[in-house]
Design a protein around this ligand. Structure first.
Ligand SMILES: *Cc1c(COP(=O)(O)O)cnc(C)c1O
Length: 397
């Protein structure tokens, strides 16, 4: 892994023919410290957002001790990378073999569930263990989020009473968890979800030891500039404090995106220009799945030694594979004179970007470079709270 001061420096020094992943450990460290210091409870990192061992070690070094894992491969990865981390297996539908290995081999004690069947599976797989922390996932609205997680998992209000009572009987500690959907654009998402938690607790009349408000904390992208994270934390704390169980329960959250988005970006090269379409060397099967499939707009910057004087113009991207679906509509704002051979930095790909790469069609990115400059936008620094305007290349100063 090379080290360079900036994205521009990497483009100049390496003139890379394949995409280059840039990593910014200092940005992930800052995000981790922010959650550790300011979230009024415990923050678990949701590993699926970016399972890089280097990132996980950086988060650990900056105070994140608990990890939300969703598959046995993630359990093994974090257990091997951080032997002292606490793992919480928060996928509500697990293979019985995965539960057994997590419990017996890796010491996992925390599991989530949303049905009686899953509760019975966990009890069978752990030999009716008496030291389990079991979190019942309830269904909440995704109305305030850019990416819904509302239809797949979570017990409905009519089902929670029986499930909470049965889980209370089986568990050493009982939790209630939910997920408001990813990139929640308003703190109200959590306020509303905590109201559902209250209704479920009152209905079942159980004592609860953990309230886990899940992930969904936003990052910054063009056209998606969320309120300050402190406002989310305040809303969550107010909701939590007003629950009948707050005096005896712990508050948890499980950020994925917010802890990892600023960690990575990508340098790509323009291989062809056709009007306002740029053919670049990464795409839907690389780190740009969300840009292709759900129209996510990532910030972009032209990396040139001498800034372009041309006006900004909206471009769409084609990725390198031979597939029409390898298309990112954008619009991505870049100088109108951009052309073949130019390098572009695509920012904020640390969450659900670099983690989703495939090697389809022989296109992939093996080079990873650590850089010292700031990410293209940050939730954790007021002065760059909004995405850097494309081609204002104040990197490498
Ligand atoms: C994906 C996921 C997360 C992380 O969500 P973000 O929106 O990235 O914060 C947290 N918890 C669970 C159970 C998840 O599935």
């Amino acid at each position: 892994m090379y080290e360079h001061p900036s994205a521009l420096g990497v483009a100049i020094a390496l003139k890379p023919a394949a995409p280059v992943t840039l990593i910014r450990p200092q940005a992930a460290a800052r995000a981790a410290r922010f959650f550790v210091e300011k979230f009024p409870g415990r923050s678990l990192y949701a590993v699926k957002a970016n399972p890089s061992p280097d990132l996980i070690r950086t988060l650990w070094d900056n105070g994140i001790t608990h990890y939300d894992v969703a598959s046995i491969v993630e359990v093994r990865l974090v257990a091997a990378t951080l032997p002292d981390a606490k793992l919480c297996f928060m996928h509500p539908v697990k293979a019985e073999e995965a539960i057994a290995e997590a419990y017996h081999v890796h010491g996992v004690r925390t599991f989530s569930l949303d049905t009686i069947d899953e509760l019975e599976k966990i009890m069978r797989a752990t030999g009716n263990a008496t030291d389990l922390e079991l979190c019942v996932r309830i269904r909440v609205s995704s109305d305030y989020s850019e990416l819904s997680l509302a239809s797949k998992f979570g017990a409905e209000l009519g089902e929670t009473k029986e499930l909470l009572m049965a889980t209370r009987q089986a568990a050493d500690a009982l939790g209630i968890c939910f997920h408001v959907g990813s990139q929640a654009m308003s703190p109200h998402a959590y306020t509303q979800a905590i109201e559902r938690v209250r209704a479920a607790i009152v209905d079942a009349a159980v004592t609860v030891d953990i309230i886990d408000v899940g992930g969904g904390f936003p990052s910054v992208y063009p056209g998606m500039e969320p309120p300050a994270l402190e406002l989310y934390f305040d809303a969550i704390y107010r909701g939590f404090e007003s629950l009948p169980v707050s005096y005896s329960s712990e508050l948890w959250c499980e950020p994925g995106r917010a802890l990892s988005a600023e960690y990575s970006s990508l340098i790509v090269r323009v291989e062809r220009r056709r009007g306002d379409e740029l053919y670049i060397n990464d795409g839907a099967y690389g780190a740009l799945f969300d840009a292709a499939h759900i129209g996510w707009r990532f910030p972009v910057t032209l990396l040139r030694t001498v800034d372009s004087k041309a006006d900004m113009k909206g471009f769409s991207f084609y990725g390198p594979t031979c597939d029409d679906m390898d298309h990112m509509v954008g619009p991505f704002m870049l100088p109108a004179d951009i052309d073949v051979g130019d390098y572009i930095e695509i920012g904020m790909l640390g969450a659900y970007g670099c983690a989703m790469r495939t090697g389809f069609n022989g296109f992939s990115s093996e080079t990873v470079v650590t850089v010292d400059d700031e990410p293209m936008a940050s939730l954790y620094r007021q002065d760059i709270a909004a995405p850097r305007r494309a081609n204002v290349v104040n990197i490498g100063q």
